[in-house]
Write a protein that binds this ligand. Structure first.
Ligand SMILES: CC(C)(COP(=O)(O)OP(=O)(O)OC[C@H]1O[C@@H](n2cnc3c(N)ncnc32)[C@H](O)[C@@H]1OP(=O)(O)O)[C@@H](O)C(=O)NCCC(=O)NCCS
Length: 186
């Protein structure tokens, strides 16, 4: 059973470790052009990647993070993080990001269930579309997003991004043309 709970500031450091220092991080970092030497510091993560508002409800219009919680046979375990981010996008559009805490947690349907849960939450908040941009090499992520209802679309930044953010964000996390642009219509 998968549930989402609102992430708190105390959760932030472990989500950093899951992202940059778990057993899938080498693969994911490589896709993002990140080497051991250039892994962002935790200070950078706090200031530029997962800022306070994701954890403290101060600016829900900009975004929020949730911890993916798994309950099996009476055992409760935090198994990943999922978030929505909206500050860089046009009205009623948001972007998801998700990662689990390690490779052994992948492939059990947790990610897909978490995506479906967060889709319900952002629909309730009034959003109409969700975007997500995995690397085109990350077949497991693409499959999971398809199972959650995301569909690949030709990328036209002006249809999704606020003009001011197009220069900074339109290439995505993996460089120009290296991702799959996927959209979920709510
Ligand atoms: C991406 C992620 C959140 C997806 O969550 P998940 O719980 O693993 O996803 P699911 O188990 O629901 O679905 C994965 C699907 O991919 C399939 N799959 C796994 N490896 C695959 C591969 N190499 N090629 C094609 N499909 C693959 C699985 O069989 C499964 O499909 P199925 O249910 O039809 O069998 C999770 O794998 C993860 O955290 N990965 C590491 C971090 C990451 O890549 N984050 C995404 C950045 S954009």
């Amino acid at each position: 059973m998968i549930e989402l709970r609102e992430a708190t500031i105390e959760d932030r450091e472990k989500t950093y470790k899951w992202l940059y220092y778990s057993d899938f991080s080498g693969y994911l970092n490589k896709l993002g052009g990140i080497t051991k030497e250039t892994i962002p510091s935790y200070e950078y993560y706090k200031k530029e990647e997962y800022m306070d508002f994701y954890f403290d409800d101060s600016q829900p219009e900009k975004g929020r993070a949730y911890i993916i919680v798994c309950r099996t046979n009476g055992k409760i375990e935090d198994v990943g993080i999922i978030s929505y981010t909206s500050f860089h996008l046009l009205d009623k559009i948001t972007e998801f990001d998700i990662w689990l805490k390690g490779l052994s947690y992948t492939g059990h349907g947790y990610g897909t269930k978490a995506l479906l849960r967060l889709s319900g939450i952002v629909k309730y908040l009034g959003y109409k579309k969700v975007i997500i941009r995995p690397s085109k090499h990350n077949k497991r992520a693409i499959k999971s997003y398809q199972k959650a209802g995301f569909v690949e679309e030709d990328f036209k930044p002006e249809n999704y991004y606020l003009a001011d953010y197009i220069p900074k964000y339109s290439d995505g996390d993996y460089g120009h043309g290296a991702d799959v642009f996927m959209v979920l219509t709510l």
